[in-house]
Design a protein around this ligand. Structure first.
Ligand code: CTP
Length: 214
């Protein structure tokens, strides 16, 4: 009898990071985690094994999906190291902060303390590091650009050794965060396709179908 092919393991990151300055203040971004969360939900419906690494968000847990929460880029990197070997596909939808404060003050900084500048140091580009060691895993990244969308996204696809990149425009009248319709390019090394005003759930399904054909 032919053995049943086991389901693929899909690791998805979602949401923002928070990089703390002191116990109450942090540097973050506007990501709500919605798109990565929808990707995880859709992948589960397609019967894949799913692990979701989720940054700070108001999203409800999805039954039957193992969800691991992270706060900072360093936390996300640690969890990525835990699940990397397990994953067949890695989809990095998290909006990872590029910088973190050099010092996280132990106590709340008082307003009468002089503080003209916050010193930052770069975070590791987790996706780029994954691209270097991915071998035959499928690796998907996102690009959020305010100008030269296609050009910049294609450069990121190559520089980070990705199989697919999802490129979103951000401008005064286009905000890709949260619920609602979205527009994006899906770009691989040979082709790109534009999707305009589609629901995020539909785009999530399109991406997963595309990956299964790679
Ligand atoms: N990413 C990451 N680690 C970082 C920054 C980003 O893994 N420190 C990943 C994100 O999960 C996303 C992709 O890289 O999939 C692109 O993120 P984006 O913010 O668009 O681009 P950057 O590579 O950070 O470049 P830039 O900020 O210069 O546009």
């Amino acid at each position: 009898m032919k053995a049943k092919k086991s389901a693929l393991n899909v690791l998805i990151t979602a949401g923002p990071t928070q990089e703390f300055i002191d116990p109450v203040r942090f540097i973050s971004n506007s990501s709500t985690g919605t798109f990565g969360w929808l990707l995880a939900k859709t992948a589960k419906q397609l019967k894949y094994n799913v692990v979701l690494l989720l940054g700070p968000s108001n999203l409800k847990p999805i039954p039957e999906i193992k969800t691991v929460n992270f706060i900072s880029a360093l936390d996300l990197k640690k969890q990525m190291d835990v699940y990397f070997n397990w994953a067949d596909w890695i989809i990095c939808a998290a909006a990872v902060g590029d910088f973190r404060p050099v010092i996280r003050a132990k106590n709340k900084i008082k307003k009468n303390q002089p503080m003209e500048q916050i010193k930052l140091r770069p975070n590791l580009d987790i996706l780029k590091a994954l691209g270097k060691k991915k071998k035959n895993k499928i690796l998907v990244g996102f690009a959020l650009e305010s100008h030269d969308l296609l050009k910049n996204a294609k450069a990121k696809l190559k520089a980070k050794n990705l199989d697919l990149i999802v490129a979103n425009q951000i401008s005064s009248d286009k905000n890709p965060f949260g619920l609602g319709l979205t527009s994006a390019y899906l770009i691989d090394s040979e082709n790109f396709k534009q999707y305009n005003n589609v629901s995020k759930a539909k785009l999530a399904r399109i991406i997963l179908d595309r990956l299964s054909s790679l």
